[in-house]
Design a binder for this molecule. Structure first.
Ligand code: THU
Length: 160
């Protein structure tokens, strides 16, 4: 029998529709994107992460000549936060991606599958949802209230 899964998301035509905290996260991610080390793909991704204590940390993609050795912006930030603030809950992550040139015409860039899986791990660990925003320099934004909306049929520790 065929069944449907419903996921929820919000779409904002511009960052002007976001609140002040969200705008701040957009700006932080945009700033972080500038420091991406992406000489091979020339695709720059930055992200900002809001913790429960109000602090914001950022990450960007870090590539390597041995291609698989690099890491996405989201996991660069998440693993650093996990390493340094293991007990601090993650409230929101804001992602901005696009090619080095001409990013103004790029649509919102969603997180890759591996980053969704990592985000799911932290959402499960803290037992509280994480808001995920993804955008680009064209300032259009998508938002989900939980990684579950990005990763139906997710694999987690309950299967181990
Ligand atoms: N990338 C990210 O940083 N995050 C994603 O979710 C998608 C892809 C990076 C990896 C690589 O450095 C470049 O973008 C092109 O795939």
């Amino acid at each position: 029998m065929k069944k449907d899964i419903q996921i929820g998301y919000e779409h904002f035509k511009s960052i002007n529709e976001l609140n002040e905290t969200e705008k701040k996260l957009f700006e932080s991610a945009k700033q972080a994107r500038k420091n991406a080390y992406a000489p091979y793909s020339n695709f720059l991704v930055g992200c900002s992460v809001l913790l429960e204590n109000g602090d914001i940390y950022t990450g960007n993609n870090q590539e390597n000549a041995a291609f698989p050795s690099g890491l996405c912006a989201e996991r660069t930030a998440l693993f650093w936060i996990g390493a340094n603030f293991p007990n601090e809950k993650i409230k929101k992550i804001f992602i901005i991606g696009g090619p080095r040139e001409d990013s103004e015409n790029t649509p919102p860039i969603p997180p890759c599958g591996a980053c969704r899986q990592s985000l799911m791990e932290y959402e499960t660990k803290q037992n509280e949802n994480i808001d995920v925003y993804f955008s680009s320099l064209n300032e259009e934004v998508y938002k989900v209230n939980s990684i579950k909306d990005l990763l139906p049929f997710y694999f987690d520790a309950t299967f181990l």
